[in-house]
Design a protein around this ligand. Structure first.
Ligand code: GLN
Ligand code: ZN
Length: 759
């Protein structure tokens, strides 16, 4: 019989129970027992589900109070110095995740650890901090307690553990000149102690995650695997687990590692299956990660079954069936969706449904006739969908098929455009502007919610939102900004708003996925060819423009960002989806322009995070991503000024592509790094205009005029002053009005001082 398992299940709960319990606890409105109770109920439900679906194992160790990498740090007794204070408890864990301000503990404050993206997902983990004095010591019993808890409920438990090399690799040194890999021997002692405890708990298999094997590792890291796993002596069976990309490059290294099996992700790279099957050491099992843990689509089980047949014939019961990665990255339960049509609902599978898919697929693989029939029937809706004309729209496909290099080019090059734009816009030296959103007050949010519920009519809604726009425009005029925005009061989220207004997307009620800590996101799903059926932003923007003589900047979310922050289709490429979005946005650009809007910003904050895991795949991605952005802007006349915005600071890697976007103006985040980012522009002569963010909107602090002045001067040493803009770091939606107005007044004053100085 085929062995089945999943790599992990969402821990937030089907209705985000953990989120609400955590936030209640943090506010002091509940005690730790209540919090623990909610968590154990979630775990119990998750394990029961795996049992009900006859999986061979219930996976434990996938639960995390805040983040599983942070959980691993606690397990290893590896707590940053500033957070050490006796035996760590849950509050220690939360402090590392969330930080603690001066006011609450009376000392200098305990900054949270850095957070960064978990590989190429939208999940964020807490970065372990390493220095030479670090020690590892087991005192945190969560993993062992949860294994016992599951066993007490009658489950055969397979714990999951982040492996030692990935744990080290994903962290960072906090000591000058220190190499964290030198901690490996000490760390292995701790893993050895963990293994001893797992043996005592009568665990047979352990899923040891080493996802870094799917990266292009330096020899130094790669060569450490063999020795490390040789050192670990255990009677446990280890399933070396990889995901998110292919590992065939490093297969010779992997097969030398002292483990008992390998898990590979064949949802992200199906082609690696046969190579791995042929190279698999004779005693190993192979866990085939077939059911995609990162998307919401129902699996075509007929196809999946066919893809596994050959491996099954060669490996027999040594072939296991599994999800590609942890289901952490998919929403929890499709059954909760009451507003989807039956047709649409049959296209999807969330975490709960994916567990069932694993079971049916394995049964079918074992030749169970009922399971085979089920797989056929289950796959029908997906197969029919691929032929449907409401999914595959002729008009959209014709446009994509006709896409040529010309569609991505504006009618004039930047120097000529800049000349026209100067004439039309008549902007002063160092023009000032903002990134788009203004404070989303509770009135703003309440208005949108009331409209969504149907409590107010469209006419009423329009009038109230126009009121917010008018107020926002008046405030900007008073502050003295040069290029104004309408403020985005109608948008809950920069991607969701466009997903709701373009044809081809489906939104859900409960499709939440953990992003970090208690924070979840609910991405829309691309379900069909994307079309713009009506103008989206034109009315709001022209209304705003009618209130002022200053230029009003139209505000769009770029095609790559929309792609990165939604669940994509799997039946067409990400490139094709992005091109469809690009054409839809191009039409919006044309309509804004025709309505008299002379400046249009197309935000692309996600362009960098869309990068594939392996550097060798970067170029291809960047080419089509840049091209799609350019298509969205290409219809703009030379005198229309196209802006773009990106808010992260690791720019160096993609600077050529950023320049290749050929936006007339780019605004970027720099203030937190004290303009360090501009070093990237030192060697690279950025050809167009640029607005390095001069203050950090993530903090409530109001920046001093002198401080801003000095930052602009610093920027002017790298970018010719004629091509410099002055603006905050990012959108202001999370700030309140008084901070915002004060900060922007300082920004304008600093700019004026410099203009006088330069004149
Ligand atoms: N225009 C958006 C805003 O101002 C940009 C947000 C972002 O960069 N993430 O909110
Ligand atoms: Zn931003």
């Amino acid at each position: 019989m085929t062995t089945t398992h999943i790599l992990g299940y969402p821990r937030v709960g089907e209705k985000r129970e953990l989120k609400f319990a955590l936030e209640k606890y943090w506010k002091g409105e509940s005690d730790v027992n209540e919090l623990r109770h909610v968590a154990s109920e979630i775990r119990q439900k998750n394990w029961t589900l795996q049992q009900d679906n006859q999986l061979s194992f219930a996976t434990a160790g996938d639960f995390a109070w805040y983040d599983h990498v942070l959980g691993t740090s606690l397990l290893l007794g590896h707590v940053p110095k500033r957070h050490q204070n006796g035996t760590p408890d849950l509050d220690t864990l939360f402090r590392i995740g969330r930080g603690q301000s001066q006011s609450t503990c009376g000392c200098a404050g305990h900054a949270a650890s850095d957070m960064t993206k978990w590989f190429n997902t939208n999940y964020h983990y807490l970065v372990p901090e390493f220095s030479s004095a670090d020690t590892f010591e087991l005192s945190w019993t969560q993993l062992f307690d949860e294994i016992s808890e599951a066993q007490a409920q009658g489950h055969t438990v397979k714990p999951v553990l982040l492996g030692p090399l990935s744990y080290l690799y994903l962290g960072k040194e906090v000591e000058e000149g220190f190499d964290r890999l030198s901690l490996l021997p000490k760390l292995l002692e701790a893993y050895q102690a963990i293994f001893a405890k797992l043996e005592q708990l009568n665990v047979e298999w352990v899923q040891i995650d080493e996802p870094i094997l799917a990266l292009e590792l330096d020899a130094k890291w790669l060569d450490s695997f063999k020795g490390a796993y040789q050192t670990l002596q255990t009677n446990l069976k280890l399933l070396l687990t990889t995901y998110f990309d292919s590992i065939t490059d490093v297969l010779p290294t992997i097969t030398e590692i002292n483990v008992d099996g390998l898990h590979i992700d064949i949802a992200s790279s199906p082609e690696q299956l046969s190579t791995v099957v042929d190279a698999l050491p004779a005693q190993w099992v192979l866990s085939a990660g077939t059911i995609n843990g990162r998307n919401v689509w129902r699996a075509n089980l007929v196809e999946k079954l066919a893809a596994l047949q050959d491996a099954k014939a060669k490996l027999g019961d040594r072939l296991w069936v599994a999800t590609s990665c942890s289901l952490l990255h998919s929403p929890v339960d499709l059954d909760l969706e009451t507003k989807l049509s039956t047709e649409t609902k049959d296209w999807f599978a969330f975490a709960k449904q994916k567990v069932a898919e694993v079971n049916w697929l394995a049964k079918a693989l074992d030749g169970d006739a009922q399971a085979i029939a089920y797989c056929e029937q289950y796959s029908q809706p997906i197969i029919e969908r691929s032929k449907s004309t409401s999914v595959n729209k002729e008009s959209v496909q014709r446009r994509i098929a006709g896409l040529t290099a010309k569609d991505a080019e504006r009618s004039a090059a930047y120097p000529e455009r800049a000349h026209h734009q100067k004439e039309v816009l008549k902007l002063p030296l160092l023009p000032t502007t903002t990134i788009g959103s203004f404070p989303q007050t509770s009135d703003v949010r309440k208005t949108r919610a009331a409209y969504k519920r149907g409590d107010i009519s469209t006419a009423q809604y329009t009038e109230i939102i126009q009121g917010f726009i008018k107020d926002t425009v008046e405030r900007q005029e008073k502050i003295g900004l040069d290029v104004l925005v309408h403020g985005e009061a109608e948008r809950n989220d920069m991607v969701e708003y466009f997903a709701e207004n373009l044809a081809g997307f489906q939104t859900t009620q409960f499709g939440w996925v953990q992003s970090y800590g208690s924070r979840c996101v609910k991405p829309a799903i691309v379900v069909a060819d994307i079309e713009r059926e009506h103008p989206i932003t034109v009315d709001w923007t022209t209304y705003a423009q009618s209130l002022t003589d200053k230029p009003m900047k139209g505000m769009l979310t770029g095609p790559v960002t929309i792609l990165c922050w939604t669940f994509p289709r799997e039946d067409i490429s990400r490139e094709t989806i992005t091109n469809q979005l690009a054409f839809a946005l191009q039409d919006e650009v044309s309509d804004l322009e025709a309505a008299g809007i002379n400046i249009i910003q197309i935000d692309e904050p996600a362009i960098r995070e869309g990068l594939p895991l392996k550097a060798r795949d970067h170029q291809h991605y960047l080419e089509w991503a840049v091209n799609a952005f350019k298509v969205s802007a290409a219809s703009a006349k030379p005198e229309t000024q196209i802006h773009t915005h990106m808010c992260y600071s690791e720019f160096n890697e993609i600077i050529d592509s950023v320049a290749a976007l050929d936006a007339d103006v780019i605004t970027i985040e720099t203030s937190r790094s004290n303009m360090e980012l501009l070093n990237a522009f030192e060697e690279f002569n950025y050809p167009n205009e640029i607005g390095p963010g001069v203050y950090d909107i993530h903090s409530p602090n109001v920046p001093e005029v002198e401080w801003i002045e000095q930052l602009i001067e610093k920027a002017a040493t790298r970018i010719p002053v004629e091509r410099l803009w002055v603006n905050p770091d990012c959108g202001l939606k999370t700030r309140n009005w008084s901070e915002t107005e004060e900060s922007l007044k300082h920004l304008v004053e600093a700019t004026q001082r410099l203009r006088t100085k330069l004149a």
